[in-house]
Design a protein around this ligand. Sequence first.
Ligand code: DQA
Length: 149
Amino acid sequence: TTVHVVNGPNLNLLGTRRPEVYGTTTAAQLEELCRAEADTLGLELDFRQSNHEGQLVDWMQEIGAEAAAGRTIGVVFNPGAYAHTSVALRDAIEGAGTPVVECHISNVHARESFRHHSHVSAVAAGVVVGFGVGGYRLAMRGLLGINQG
Ligand code: DQA
């Protein structure tokens, strides 16, 4: 069984982009952190990043098909700035038929007001905000808990 971790725009720049906000862990190190957690939980990891909204929509549809085949426990999704702008991503998540946990590295509620609303939150199984990259670990555990009832 697979756990999917999907990162949206600009998260390829982790480690160098605003380290005072997002920390110094690189995207490659984040993938390793997620892989270690997946191993601990007995799951396969599928880790992806895209800067393109349509690509993220395609992936949600694809993962939805994986879910229909019983091959995934769901998605940890950091939509980046698309959280605040994208109805298309919201619709894709709603249609995917698998739990999606929204994860933000920074505490978006302590930042600019345009980051306070997320289109994704209303269709997310849960939201993890402000725990740094360790939030991905919490989100994976949360997903597993949902699956185990
Ligand atoms: C982010 C928060 C967003 O507001 C921002 O646009 C990002 C990163 C986070 O992980 O804290 O790109 O999703």
